[in-house]
Design a protein around this ligand. Structure first.
Ligand SMILES: Cc1cc2nc3c(=O)[nH]c(=O)nc-3n(C[C@H](O)[C@H](O)[C@H](O)COP(=O)(O)O)c2cc1C
Length: 173
């Protein structure tokens, strides 16, 4: 059986980001499934200070990011809420890959320090995923109270997320 390649996109470059703990948690859970191959893709590694659209595909950063996305069967997006919106660097990342994700499945993990777990940013990002003609897996997972959700070793302190993630992963096919 061919394994599905489902990278985890770490959607913020912020120094000290808690979203990285979420991405690492998701990765640790996914590697328990034979069905998947995964890796963390960090927007920081493909950052450009301004928008470089995907059609400028002679640019080495664009080439690299497009090839990464082309070989993915789907994506898990970790997205924190900043002023009810999404990090600018995430949108700049997406504008590099207009066609490579078309028709592929995407699961979304919202992140926030408050109780809503990034619900507003997830809703705000959906139109972009629709524009990309992606298959949106619902429901999203909302990682709330993020500053207290992981212990010093990076382990999640609320095991309800394990079953939420399991349900979400089952929806990739
Ligand atoms: C610029 C900025 C704006 C924020 N705006 C919101 C917000 O609108 N709603 C919210 O619940 N949390 C907000 N927060 C708190 C974030 O949810 C919290 O810092 C969380 O850790 C963000 O994820 P990160 O650590 O991966 O950057 C904001 C944080 C930053 C840095």
């Amino acid at each position: 059986m061919r394994r599905l390649h489902i990278p985890i996109l770490l959607g913020t470059g912020r120094q000290g980001r808690y979203s990285e703990k979420v991405a690492e948690y998701v990765k640790r859970q996914i590697v328990n499934y034979d069905k998947f191959i995964t890796e963390i893709i960090d927007v920081r590694d493909y950052a450009t200070p301004i928008t470089v659209p995907g059609w400028e595909n002679q640019n080495p950063i664009i080439k690299k990011v497009q090839s990464l996305m082309q070989k993915a069967d789907g994506l898990i997006l970790v997205i924190p809420e900043y002023n009810h919106g999404y990090p600018g660097e995430l949108k700049i990342f997406f504008d590099k890959i207009q066609t490579q994700l078309q028709g592929k499945s995407i699961a979304v993990c919202g992140v926030s320090s408050g109780g809503l777990g990034g619900a507003r940013v997830v809703e705000n990002f959906l139109p972009i995923l629709v524009c990309f003609q992606m298959k949106i897996i619902i429901p999203a997972i909302y990682f709330s109270n993020i500053e207290k959700l992981f212990d010093e070793q990076g382990n999640i302190t609320d095991n309800k997320y394990d079953s939420r993630l399991e349900k979400l992963l089952q929806k990739f096919n």
